[in-house]
Design a protein. Structure first.
Length: 370
């Protein structure tokens, strides 16, 4: 083996990388981006969970417990005293994650446990209505409530009667499956569209399209139709495996779930077409993969709640399309809502679709003029 010839080959490869400045910059940028995202993401703690407290007892004890909850940065607390309040509506329609109810006579039962110095069967009871669509947030709520009950006075034990909002307990896999479906769509449609368009540009077929009868709208719709079908099949496989192997809970309509998947697929095709304007070769297109997938996995609420992402990175979460896909699919599949009942998620996906398709059309128009 000749070290000289090996060195010549290595030098040739390095020269090719040096001349491809775009790929070189992105290649050096990706490790730094990955380290920053991983470092900050793993250092976050859950903050700002919205909970509502219904205090029907209105005593110093319940006020003290509520004050402990309000002092905890994990929570954003709304206190109400209307005994007829529909707590389920607060969770399903107003976006709160838990409802805590202090029944009337909670305090008297709490202190009656040791009546006349003798233990009795009396004990205070707190009703907890919990949205378990995100198990990590549900666990944080239960821990925070337990902490708020510490050192509140010498009384009996407190029974926390938890009610599942959706009728059945929701496991981590149940809330993770919708996120996986969204990730599959983001990967399949964005990256495959990007690679396909760049390959056509390199092969010269892209230029021939513009002198053919095919219009730009027809070109985009063709990609949308093909990759939307692919995303639907992949999502169906993910769902089928999740149901057959892990028995995931699906409380909502599969029709709305797969319609939401197709909608997100359309935006992902537009994003792939848009990114194709920044890549002139297939090697440049490949380096976009980690730049898309890392923020999608780490900042979209897929692995941990958006409330757990540090404040420095949280604004980025709100421009990551998968954040809204996760919200929409979890609302449909886990909460059993129609898409329009999750307005933030639906609006985010619709804006994503509109912007990417419009910008992709402009990119194709410029490409056709080159």
């Amino acid at each position: 083996m000749s070290f000289r010839r090996t060195g010549i080959v290595a030098a040739r490869v390095l020269r090719q990388l040096w001349h491809d400045k775009r790929a070189l910059v992105i290649t050096l940028l990706v490790p730094s981006l990955a380290m920053i995202l991983f470092g900050f993401s793993f250092s976050g703690e859950i903050r700002g969970i919205r909970i509502v407290v219904l205090d029907e007892d209105q005593t110093d004890l319940t006020t003290s417990i509520t004050g402990n909850l309000e002092a905890d940065p994990v929570f954003r607390v709304a206190v109400i005293h209307n005994a007829g309040a529909d707590l389920e509506a607060w969770l399903l329609k107003k976006g709160y994650r838990a409802a805590i109810r202090f029944p009337a006579k909670f305090t008297s039962l709490y202190y009656a446990h040791f009546a006349m110095g003798v233990a009795t069967s009396a004990q205070g009871r707190i009703d907890l209505l919990l949205d378990e669509s995100d198990p990590q947030i549900a666990a944080a709520v239960q821990k925070g409530l337990a902490d708020a009950l510490l050192n509140v006075g010498e009384g009996g034990p407190v029974e926390i009667e938890k009610k599942d909002l959706y009728g059945v307990p929701v496991r981590f896999i149940d809330s993770f499956a919708p996120a996986i479906m969204g990730l599959v769509v983001a990967f399949a449609c964005t990256m495959l569209t990007l690679m396909s368009v760049v390959r056509e540009k390199v092969d010269g077929t892209f230029a021939r399209v513009w002198v053919s009868p095919v219009r730009r709208a027809e070109f985009i719709l063709g990609y949308v139709a093909a990759f939307s079908l692919l995303a639907l099949v992949q999502s169906f496989l993910v769902f089928a495996i999740g149901k057959a192997v892990f028995n995931i809970v699906v409380n909502g309509s599969l029709f709305w779930a797969f319609l939401s998947v197709i909608l997100f697929a359309v935006g992902s095709v537009g994003l792939g077409t848009l990114l194709s304007a920044l890549a002139r070769t297939e090697s440049q297109a490949i380096v976009f993969f980690p730049m898309i997938m890392l923020p999608s996995v780490l900042l979209s609420g897929m692995m941990w709640p958006v409330q757990a992402i540090p404040g420095l990175l949280r604004p980025i979460s709100y421009v990551v399309p998968l954040t809204y896909s996760n919200r929409l699919l979890r609302a449909v599949m886990v909460k059993g809502l129609a898409p329009w009942q999750e307005p933030v998620g639906l609006a985010g996906v619709l804006v994503f679709v509109f912007l990417t398709i419009v910008l992709a059309s402009l990119v194709l128009r410029q490409s056709g003029q080159e």
